[in-house]
Design a protein around this ligand. Structure first.
Ligand code: URA
Length: 438
């Protein structure tokens, strides 16, 4: 085994807690993508970063080195280019409502999203539940669509940030995902390469999120905002609680229906509130509204007038999907078995644990445990009662949408422990949206 001698020196220095220079980080990213530095040395370096951390300027330099490993997109559409990233939650279908809503407001929104893995869902899987919807567009078609309708919702391009692709795969199998500078640079490299000038980051915290505590989410949010402003972009982070699923559904087609409902000026209050909050931050960052109040009013008008819903129909049609689902959501795939889950007791619901509900949906086939697993677009969970609701014994508290009665019975068993009960009234949670500005 003969490692790269220069890489050995870098591992030694990181092990001792030293900072790498921008040139060294660029060399490492390029050398790894080119196959000149072996996996085992990069793995050792990643573990040293995991324990020793990175300074702020080093994290920015790593982000720049990641971006420089591939193509970067430039848009010249005459309107501000905006983007959004969520650190992943349960029931988070916000992008499907937010992208067309902001395009209806005159902004250009090209959103590249991922597939779900583990307990968190992915926007791309949700969109693929729309019959015919194509998530991979070649660059000519993507540009033509964006010029024509102002938005696109597509899979992450593999020509952007190839170094992140290979580093992330190595982190996944070397227990080095949970490193703040590595997460922040990975996320921000993809946002910077995609070319937006205004970016909003939705950093989730709580039982259903990657970051369990608000303090961790705040630290990550601050690091990402600093990287974005260091690279000359306007960035805000919004910290949002993810102890309960967002909205009332978890599962691909079920979640698309909720996003459509928000655009039709309806839908669950928490999903609507988060969509409007992220939207108004982008309107301000993009410089098209001076105050949050004005931004909020103009987004509400787009929901009331149906312009947001009409833009979603345009987007679906442009990407080859059945746009009639916007007016008739029943055209989306439906599970053959819909089984109500009845409460085994009377009382107030004190908790609906997002991670356990996500596990039940995963077991039904709504997500994938391993890369490459098939997802079933029809299946999932609908919550009929939430935190703060008072429930009678025998009252339906949820519905399981399953491929078979046996799957539904298994999901019921996994779902019941997600509920915690109180004998006294419990207040309904208010949406938590804490803003971090640059
Ligand atoms: N998502 C990313 O894109 N990168 C990470 O490192 C973690 C989550």
């Amino acid at each position: 085994m003969s490692g790269h001698p220069e890489m050995l020196a870098l591992i030694e220095r990181k092990k001792a807690g030293e900072a790498m220079s921008p040139e060294e980080l660029a060399w490492l990213c390029q050398g790894f993508v080119a196959g000149e530095i072996p996996d085992y040395q990069v793995a050792a370096w990643l573990m040293a970063v995991r324990w020793r951390g990175m300074s702020e300027s080093e994290t920015l330099a790593l982000t720049r080195a990641l971006v420089a490993s591939g193509e970067t997109l430039q848009w010249d559409t005459g309107s501000p280019i905006v983007d959004k990233h969520s650190t992943g939650g349960v029931g988070d279908k916000t992008s499907i409502a937010l992208v067309p809503l902001l395009a209806a407001a005159g902004l250009t929104f090209v959103k590249m999203s991922g597939r779900g893995l583990g307990h968190t869902g992915g926007t791309i899987d949700k969109l693929e539940s729309i019959p015919g919807f194509q998530v991979q567009l070649d660059s000519g078609r993507l540009r033509a669509q964006v010029a024509r309708i102002g938005c696109a919702l597509v899979g992450q391009s593999n020509t952007l940030v190839p170094a992140d692709g290979v580093l992330y795969a190595l982190r996944d199998v070397t227990a080095t995902v949970d490193s703040l500078p590595l997460i922040a640079s990975s996320v921000m490299s993809k946002k910077l390469a995609a070319g937006a000038s205004a970016i909003v980051l939705d950093v989730k915290f709580g039982s259903g999120a990657f970051m369990r505590t608000q303090a961790e989410a705040e630290e990550l949010g601050r690091a990402m905002v600093r990287i974005g402003s260091g690279a000359g972009r306007r960035v805000n982070a919004l910290l949002s609680a993810m102890d309960q699923p967002l909205g009332k559904t978890v599962g691909n087609a079920l979640e698309v229906v909720e996003a459509i409902e928000v655009l039709r000026n309806d839908g669950p209050a928490d999903l609507r509130a988060l969509t409007l909050e992220l939207g108004k931050r982008l309107m301000i960052l993009a410089g098209v509204c001076a105050t949050p109040e004005k931004a909020h009013q103009s987004l509400e008008r787009l929901l009331e007038s149906g312009h947001g819903a009409a833009k979603l129909a345009e987007l679906i049609e442009a990407q080859g999907g059945d746009a009639a689902v916007v007016d008739q959501p029943s055209r989306l795939p439906q599970a053959p078995v819909v089984q109500p889950i009845e409460s085994s007791r009377a009382g107030w619901i004190a908790e609906t644990d997002a991670r356990l509900i996500a596990e039940a949906a995963l077991q039904l086939g709504a997500g994938r445990r391993r890369k490459g697993d098939q997802v079933d677009p029809r299946v999932g969970v609908r919550l009929l009662a939430g935190v703060g609701d008072s429930v009678e014994k025998g009252q339906p508290i949820a519905e399981v949408h399953a491929a078979s009665a046996a799957d539904a019975a298994r999901a019921e068993e996994s779902l019941l422990p997600a509920y915690r009960w109180a004998a006294e009234p419990v207040s309904r949670p208010r949406p938590t949206h804490l803003l971090i500005e640059d």
